[in-house]
Ligand binder design. Structure first.
Ligand code: HSE
Length: 312
């Protein structure tokens, strides 16, 4: 007999990780969204409630990534005689660069698939989640990919969609610092140059290749050295007050790398243990306050290896 309700948690993510704009992301522990999906007798998707969003998100299923992903998953499964009701609990700051819209989409798509006996492949679940993400922030899978599958995810191509699950070899810790400011993804994507000089492409490719190589048995030091973005970060940095000061403070406190999480404004710092992570998060928070006049929240986390999962 089919279940009628399932609750799924999907983790927050850090996209890009320096040089991997739109092609690389990682899931992180301790932050994420919960979506409860219930089968109802009437066709169509409704959103019953959303909590943890300060009333910022739409209850209209066509405007909400969980609603869109659920609808798309239903369509892919081929169900039209019954519908779904969703309850969403947001567990991370919205519009912060930590994949909030992607986590809701991933949790909803995963939940629908579970309710109907898991007929959808990983590829199709990813497609349903990207369709949803594209409505709010463009066609990219570097948030929804890791939120669905956990760990580090590389998107080799979008057409055809080809994703590669990468290993997580070290006890890495990420220090995340989210300043209290609005930075819509669309604004953050609008400043990126559409054309780049060949020498920047060469530098970015070298770093991305070294980053991937380091995950297959290199060292955390190499991973940190490779997390440099010479194309997108310089374009986005002026959108984040005191970016350079905060980044410099992270390195002074022992971080191996520091860049913008996804479209920002959260900054992430890569650290090789949790104690350094806590120290780095503290000095970055202090720097945001001193030089940018911004309050911020911090989170220190390891990689979430599991991705979306049923929790109730
Ligand atoms: N790769 C995307 C970007 C992630 O940086 O714009 C946005 O969530």
């Amino acid at each position: 007999m089919l279940m009628r309700t399932v609750t799924v948690f999907a983790p927050a993510t850090i996209a890009n990780l320096g040089p991997g704009f739109d092609v690389l992301g990682v899931a992180i522990e301790g932050l994420g969204d919960w979506v409860s999906v219930t089968i109802r007798d009437e066709p169509g998707v409704v959103i019953e409630s959303i909590t943890g969003d300060n009333k910022k998100l739409s209850l209209d299923p066509a405007q909400n990534t969980a609603g869109i992903a659920a609808q798309e998953a239903l369509r892919l499964i081929g169900v039209s005689d019954v519908g779904l009701s969703l309850r969403i609990r947001k567990g991370m700051p919205l519009g912060s660069g930590l994949g909030s819209s992607g986590a809701s989409a991933a949790a909803a798509a995963w939940g629908v698939n579970m309710l109907f006996g898991s007929p959808l492949s990983k590829q199709r679940l990813l497609h349903a989640s990207i369709v949803a993400e594209s409505v709010v922030s463009g066609w990219h899978a570097d948030n929804v990919g890791p939120s669905l599958f956990g760990g580090f995810i590389l998107i080799r191509t979008y057409d055809p969609l080809d994703i590669i699950e990468l290993p997580t070899p070290f006890g890495l810790t990420f220090a995340l610092v989210t300043p209290e400011m609005e930075l819509p993804t669309r604004q953050s994507r609008a400043v990126i140059p559409q054309e780049i000089p060949l020498k920047l492409h060469v530098a970015q490719s070298g770093n991305l290749a070294a980053l991937i190589a380091s995950l297959f048995g290199g060292s955390p030091i190499l991973l940190g050295r490779a997390m440099q973005d010479v194309i997108v970060e310089p374009a986005r940095a002026p959108l984040i007050p005191a970016f350079e000061k905060v980044k410099a403070s992270a390195f002074e406190a022992g971080a191996l790398a520091c860049s913008i999480a996804g479209a920002g404004p959260t900054l992430f710092a890569l650290c090789d243990d949790a104690i350094t992570g806590a120290i780095v998060a503290g000095v970055m928070q202090e720097a945001f306050s001193t030089y940018g006049g911004l309050r911020s929240s911090t989170h220190v986390a390891r990689v979430d290896q599991e991705g979306a999962r049923v929790v109730g």
